[in-house]
Design a protein around this ligand. Sequence first.
Ligand code: CA
Length: 221
Amino acid sequence: MRILVVEDELTLASQLRTALAEAGYVVDVAVDGQDGHFLGAEENFDAVVLDLGLPLLDGISVLRRWRSAGRDMPVLILTARGDWHERVAGIDAGADDYLTKPFHMEELLARVRALIRRAHGKSSNEIVCGPLVLDTRSARVHLDGQPVTLTSHEFKLLAYLMHRPGQVVSRSELVDQLYALDSDRDSNTIEVFIGRLRKKLPAELIETVRGLGYRLNGPTS
Ligand code: CA
């Protein structure tokens, strides 16, 4: 899962990056409204944490522009304490949730999890796909009730596929799940990680769709 953080307070931006990365997300950070708007308009994110008070372009305008261009990723806005007008304006502009500064990082992580869950029509922290159960809160996977040990890359790929059962997912989408934009990105590594996942899981679970990508098979709930 890939998260965009748009926050101009550098200390908070770096705390958000660290906390979200430790929770297993791939994180990109923008420190002004223009850069943030560009990334959210051009790249696909599973959720966005958007501060409203930003240089160059304010957060409400960023959000309005995304929504009027049809960008519908879940957005959590960060607002100043006591400024209820700002919260109302943010929700009217298309925010899905808000947090008032200062906040506890645990609460932010819980809200981000809930936003991603709701965006995929899930009401529980567990995603079930046949014999596989993924707990998005603990970032653990069980197969037939037994824990499966996965590396962080393997977990990220499997979590992305399990959020989209039966859908073909392209290799470039999976690359986005593993690497932030400013890092070295190698799409050939996806095949290697999928190969390792197949050794740890029932082999037929992840199907290769020739020329298109991969698909997770199996009944879902
Ligand atoms: Ca700010």
